[in-house]
Design a protein. Structure first.
Length: 210
């Protein structure tokens, strides 16, 4: 880590996104949920490693490593005046729907107005750097699994019925205290996530960077 608090990266074209990381309690709860939903007959479901689940605020795509520092500065500008806030994880759903799911997710509630303000601020702060503004409305969620493209409509419906019949009464609380710039490395065994930089939420003009 260099004197600016940003992990030194010398490679090019790193796949990046900005996110709020989850506490260990929430990750452990998602792991239990996954174990309750996994079935041998549903091998067409590609699960996200619970240890890597995060609340994505903006996906940046392949980005030159030399831009990590300026992206971090833009993140600092975006969070000015935003204090830590509380979120809650609960409720299962799917895109586009549970009758023919493509993505399984868990919902995010709590102080979503603050979350939306944070996401919009990050989106706006990165526009001058050449990152396009999000065209779709921000729907806060945690991705748990994706259905492989080769799955049949019958298979998708079977998995959707399982999710519908699964109770998930647990509610996990997240204190959003920081925003992280993350690297995603895609491997045959799944994605590997590395934190490149992090800025902490708080009052004043000098948010803490670690």
């Amino acid at each position: 880590m260099d004197k600016e608090g940003v992990v030194s990266q010398r490679f090019e074209g790193i796949r990046c996104f900005i996110a709020i990381e989850l506490p260990s309690e929430a990750k452990e709860g998602l792991a239990r949920l996954r174990r309750g939903l996994e079935r041998d007959e549903h091998r067409f479901v590609k699960w996200v490693d619970p240890g890597g689940v995060h609340l994505t605020l903006k996906f940046l795509g392949d980005t030159p490593s030399k831009r990590v520092a300026e992206i971090t500065v833009a993140m600092e500008a975006a969070i000015e005046g935003i204090s830590p806030f509380h979120l809650q994880v609960s409720g299962l759903g799917a895109f586009p729907g549970l009758s023919q799911p493509r993505v399984l997710w868990i919902g995010v509630g709590g102080e979503v107005n603050q979350l939306a303000r944070l996401q919009q601020g990050i989106d706006s702060a990165l526009t001058p750097l050449g990152f396009a503004k999000e065209e779709r409305s921000f729907v806060p969620h945690l991705t748990l699994a994706r259905i492989r493209q080769g799955a049949s409509p019958l298979q998708r419906r079977s998995f959707g019925e399982l999710v519908t019949s699964t109770a998930f009464p647990d509610k996990y609380h997240i204190r959003a205290e920081a925003v992280s710039l993350m690297r995603s490395q895609l491997t045959p065994a799944g994605a590997i996530y590395t934190r490149l930089s992090v800025v902490e939420l708080g009052h004043g003009q000098n948010p803490k960077r670690t």
